[in-house]
Design a protein. Structure first.
Length: 254
């Protein structure tokens, strides 16, 4: 692994096992690592997670850590595309995993153990070098936008509430092949050389993800329109994309 200028987390995603997507590896964050007294990175993660709140308003104690197996790309459009593709892949794979549980979706009964879109919330914490044994944010880092002035992840005033629609945080097993396929399709769709088909698939992924949101303002007519839009975007998908579209249709049927 190489040094990274950022911490990548899916704070509300709970994985049963490690999984890969392109150059990224998604790892369940072991709480024991966070308790190692001489591990500065572990201490930073523990302090960071304590600032997030779960669906019950309690501090998080674990999450999904994302690390890049290759050197980090320089800041710019390509780097942003990688992050967008990764989040899209995780969102789609989480919805697919939830559909595999056989759950129905009565949106008026949020007590069910549903993996809504909110579990794919992606946190990027930009970092500078270690200062006094603690990673600190650079100007413009994600948490920095939520505070006034500076501060580190240890500051008591830095609190990140749970996403409005977060219902629960279930343990999931993501399909590694599906995750990697959606990531690569998304990267191609976001590139300057993307084809019409890839752009249509990207549109379908977007609207499918929107359909899984659980905001109180998100109604069943909204969901049906978004699912219809997603399926229509796939109506002309070529044979090499059928695996992704079949999984999409399976998850929407649940």
């Amino acid at each position: 692994m190489t040094d990274r200028p950022a911490i990548y987390l899916f704070p509300y995603l709970r994985l049963r096992e490690e999984v890969n997507a392109g150059p990224w590896v998604l790892q369940p964050l072991d709480p024991r690592k966070l308790d190692e007294p001489f591990d500065s990175f572990g201490r930073t993660l523990k302090a960071l997670l304590s600032r997030f709140r779960d669906e019950a308003g309690q501090p998080l104690t674990t999450a999904t850590l994302v690390q890049r197996r290759e050197p980090e790309l320089d800041p710019g459009e390509a780097r942003e595309h990688e992050r967008s593709a990764l989040q899209a892949a995780v969102l789609f794979a989480a919805a697919d995993a939830n559909a595999g549980q056989g759950n129905e979706i009565p949106w008026e009964a949020p007590a069910l153990n549903l993996a809504t879109a909110e579990v794919a919330t992606f946190f990027v914490g930009e970092l500078t070098a270690l200062e006094r044994g603690t990673f600190v944010r650079t100007r413009g880092g994600t948490l920095n936008r939520r505070t006034i002035g500076g501060g580190t992840v240890h500051d008591d005033f830095v609190v990140v509430p749970a996403p409005e629609g977060l219902v629960t945080i279930p343990d999931l097993s993501l399909d590694g092949q599906l995750l990697d396929a959606v990531y690569r399709i998304s990267m191609e769709a976001l590139s300057d050389a993307s084809t019409k088909t890839m752009r249509e698939v990207w549109a379908a992924l977007h609207w499918h993800g929107r359909a899984w949101e659980n905001s109180p303002l998100h109604t069943m007519p909204d969901i049906l329109v978004q699912l219809k839009t997603a399926i229509e975007a796939l109506s002309q998908v070529k044979p090499e994309q059928r695996a992704a579209s079949a999984s999409l249709k399976r998850s929407t049927a649940q």
